[in-house]
Design a protein around this ligand. Structure first.
Ligand SMILES: [Zn+2]
Length: 302
C-alpha cells in the first residue's frame, strides 16, 4: 500500500514538474518573441515620433495650417500616424481665423519659458521679430510691438472678440479693449524701475510695483497689457471684456499670467490685464490644469 502510494506520489510530482517546465518554456518563448517584436517592428514608429518633436516641426506647421482643412484634421488623427501633441486642442470660432491658426498654435515650444526675478533676460536681449501691434490704443502713444507670432495671435483674439460683440471700440470715441503696453526694452524697464526707486525710497519697495530690469516679461515681446480703462486697475477684473479674456485667451495661445489665486507663486499681484503668449497647446494645458506658468514649468519637468 505504502509503496504504491509513494509511486503515485512520484508520478504526480513528475507530472507537476512537467507542467511547470512547459509553463516556463512558453513563458521564455513568449518573452523572446516579445523582445524581438519590440526591437524590430516599432523601430520606425519611434523615429517618427522623434521627428515630430524636433526638426520637422516647421514643415508640419505648413501642412496643418493650410487652415481650411482644419475640421477634417481632427478626423485624420484617428489614422495610424503618430498623434502630434500640438493638435490636441482645436477650437471653433465665430470669425474665420483659419489664416491665423499657424500663429495661435505654433508646433513648437519656442514661446514657453519663464521670465521672472529668478529667470532674468539678458540686458542685450532684443527679440528679432518685433511687429507693430495693430490694436495699440489710438491715444497718441507709440505703436506697441510684440513678437510676430504673439502679435498675429493677438489679432485673431481681437477679431474673435469683435465677432462676439465684445470689443475693440475706436478709442477716439471712448475707451475700447486695446493694447496699452507690450514690448519694453531693458533700458526702458530700468528707467521705470529707477523712477520707482526714487519715489518709494528703496529698491525693495520699488520691486513690488515695477519689475527689476531683466525680470519683466515685457522685455520678451510675448506679452501685453490690455484693457478698456484709462489706466490699469484691479477693478478691471469685473469688466465683461476681462472676463472674456480670462475665459477665452488660451484658445489663441495666451495665458492670464498673474492670476488672483497665484500671487504667492508668481510674486506679482493680480493683473487681470496682463496676457502672455505661450502658444495654444501649452495655454490650453495650463487652463485645464489651473496652473500658472511657474507651476506648469515645474509640472512638465517631471
Ligand atoms: Zn504687463
Amino acid at each position: 500500500m505504502n509503496k504504491q502510494f509513494e509511486r503515485n506520489l512520484k508520478i504526480k510530482r513528475a507530472r507537476r514538474y512537467r507542467i511547470v517546465f512547459f509553463l516556463l518554456f512558453f513563458l521564455i518563448i513568449s518573452m523572446v518573441l516579445f523582445l524581438l517584436a519590440y526591437f524590430l517592428i516599432p523601430a520606425k514608429d519611434i523615429t517618427n515620433l522623434g521627428d515630430n518633436i524636433g526638426a520637422t516641426a516647421p514643415s508640419q506647421e505648413n501642412s496643418v495650417n493650410d487652415g481650411k482643412s482644419e475640421p477634417s484634421s481632427t478626423q485624420t488623427v484617428q489614422s495610424e500616424a503618430p498623434v502630434d501633441k500640438y493638435d490636441e486642442y482645436s477650437y471653433t470660432f465665430s470669425a474665420d481665423l483659419s489664416s491665423y491658426e499657424q500663429y495661435m498654435n505654433p508646433h513648437n515650444d519656442d514661446y514657453l519659458f519663464l521670465v521672472n526675478v529668478d529667470n532674468k533676460l539678458q540686458e542685450n536681449y532684443i527679440p528679432d521679430d518685433l511687429t507693430d501691434v495693430i490694436y495699440t490704443r489710438d491715444d497718441g502713444r507709440n505703436t506697441q510691438q510684440m513678437r510676430l507670432y504673439a502679435e498675429k495671435a493677438l489679432e485673431a483674439l481681437f477679431i474673435e472678440a469683435q465677432a462676439q460683440g465684445m470689443t475693440y471700440v475706436n478709442p477716439k470715441s471712448g475707451y475700447g479693449l486695446s493694447v496699452m503696453s507690450a514690448y519694453r526694452s531693458y533700458a526702458y524697464q530700468k528707467q521705470l524701475f529707477d523712477q520707482r526707486v526714487a519715489s518709494t525710497g528703496s529698491e525693495e519697495a520699488a520691486s513690488k510695483i515695477v519689475q527689476y530690469p531683466g525680470a519683466s516679461e515685457h522685455q520678451s515681446g510675448l506679452c501685453c497689457d490690455m484693457h478698456n480703462l484709462s489706466s490699469a486697475d484691479e477693478s478691471y477684473e469685473s469688466d465683461a471684456s476681462a472676463k472674456w479674456l480670462a475665459e477665452n485667451s488660451y484658445k489663441f495661445g495666451f495665458i492670464l499670467r498673474y492670476p488672483k489665486d497665484k500671487t504667492e507663486i508668481t510674486g506679482i499681484s493680480f493683473e487681470p490685464w496682463h496676457f502672455r503668449f505661450v502658444g495654444r497647446y501649452h495655454a490650453s494645458k495650463m487652463y485645464e490644469l489651473g496652473m500658472c506658468l511657474e507651476e506648469y514649468m515645474e509640472y512638465i519637468k517631471k
